[in-house]
Design a protein around this ligand. Structure first.
Ligand SMILES: *Cc1c(COP(=O)(O)O)cnc(C)c1O
Length: 412
């Protein structure tokens, strides 16, 4: 009987095959090739007639176990783990779109994702059209016969905007295109994407899933709700393998050919992190809410953005979609860039680093770092302000995070 609790399912994900030494934890299969007894057997494995590993760029037992844990966690139809969050995005878009197709998205995206959709993929003929995801009508207006998907992030970073996922899914369903969501800020224990009509979920495992920021990795999750025969690039695969068309094309063509492999060692580290995911997300979300509430009361702080605050325009939507735990990233504004820098330099415990959802609390000034390659006009359009600091609370005690912030605000 399957538990209704996500952490129990993650911890007790069965091995697909019995380990020959009865290992209780999936070992790290740090090998590339797998041996066969006969030429007939290796032929059958290549044809996919027998379920055997052949070469670790395509599949590996340690990576496969991690994929199965994510499948148990999310209830998905199929999961492919790849080498980074960016690899999930690039491979997914190349799998569903060909030259001449377009995907509707927004300019409020993770910095490197915006670079991918505004430079790299357009250079091979895949167009990205920018809409406002908080205004579903602006999304629908851009859909045409060449549109192959709607792509957005659950909680945008650093704007911390939240889209109405059900409203977007209605548009996607009406036009028979998949709804694709980067849920890195809200992993499966915070957001059950399938319940809100997300067809494909993309996660950077580097963040909350690894926890300690020990390894890069990413997950492409097919919830099984989209009929891939409606996508001309995936129809041939759908004719062959049915509902698993997307994962099949990725594993047997796109990710294989582009070499997007997750290493066995990193799969092991991510799997270890995944086992404590719910403990850490609960603590980090609680710390974020407490810190955000405290910040709201400080005179030096001009504004605080966190969807868990009642003052946020996204509070009600977040409560519905994320079960009251809208991630562990907040931003706040001081009066100038100079004040932000003074504040950051005065911190004693909180670390200056470009990452989020680490076990340690991290701080960054987004405009001068992740978004430093963009001009003022682009930054204004993205609502990236020079006065904003991004704080990603970890799993220390909230009083220690607040004490460090309080002390540093005194220096501003
Ligand atoms: C970090 C991040 C990515 C990229 O993930 P990597 O593992 O660093 O490649 C993509 N999307 C979001 C929302 C992220 O936070």
């Amino acid at each position: 009987m399957k538990s209704k609790n996500i952490s129990t399912r993650i911890l007790h994900t069965p091995f697909l095959r019995k380990d020959s030494n009865n290992s209780l934890r999936m070992p790290i299969y740090e090998n590339v090739a797998f041996e066969f007894e006969t030429a007939q057997e290796i032929e059958a494995a290549f044809r996919g007639e027998i379920p055997r590993h052949v070469y670790s760029r395509i599949a590996n037992p340690t990576v496969e176990h991690f994929e199965n844990q994510i499948k148990e966690a999310s209830g998905a139809l199929g999961v492919l783990a790849v080498g980074s969050g960016m690899a999930t995005l690039a491979n997914l878009f190349v799998a569903i779109a060909a030259k001449g197709n377009n995907i509707i998205t927004t300019n409020k995206l993770f910095g490197n994702t915006f670079s991918l959709v505004s430079t790299t993929l357009p250079s091979i003929g895949i167009e990205f059209r920018l809409a406002d995801m908080t205004d579903p009508q602006s999304v629908e207006k851009l859909v045409d016969s060449k549109t192959v998907g709607i792509f957005f992030e659950t909680i945008t970073n650093p704007q911390l905007e939240v889209a109405d996922v059900k409203a977007l899914s209605q548009i996607a369903q009406k036009h028979k295109i998949p709804l694709i969501c980067d849920t890195t800020l809200t992993p499966p224990d915070l957001f059950t994407s399938a319940d809100f009509g997300v067809d494909v979920e993309l996660i950077s495992g580097t963040k909350f899933i690894s926890g300690g920021a020990t390894a890069l990795g990413g997950l492409i999750i097919d919830n099984g709700s989209f009929n891939w025969s409606h996508n001309e690039n995936l129809k041939p695969f759908h004719d062959q393998v049915g509902p698993l068309a997307l994962i099949a094309r990725l594993r047997k063509e796109v990710a294989r050919n582009l070499g997007a492999t997750l290493s066995a060692h990193n799969a092991f580290l991510l799997s270890l992190g995944l086992e404590t995911l719910t403990l850490r997300t609960n603590k980090a979300c609680q710390n974020t809410l407490e810190t955000a509430r405290w910040l709201e009361k400080q005179a030096a702080v001009k504004r605080v953005d966190y969807p868990g605050l009642e003052s946020s325009p996204f509070f009600d939507l977040s409560r519905k979609q994320f079960n009251g735990k809208p991630g562990a990233v907040l931003t706040f504004d001081l009066d100038s860039k100079e004040s932000c820098f003074k504040f950051i330099n005065a911190l004693k415990m909180i670390r200056k680093a470009t990452n989020i959802n680490d076990n340690k609390t991290l701080i960054l000034h987004p405009a001068s770092t992740i978004f430093c390659e963009y001009d003022k006009q682009t930054l204004d359009a993205m609502q990236i302000r020079q006065t904003t600091v991004r704080l990603a609370p970890g799993i220390e005690e909230a009083e220690d995070i607040i004490a460090d912030v309080e002390n540093a605000l005194g220096a501003v």
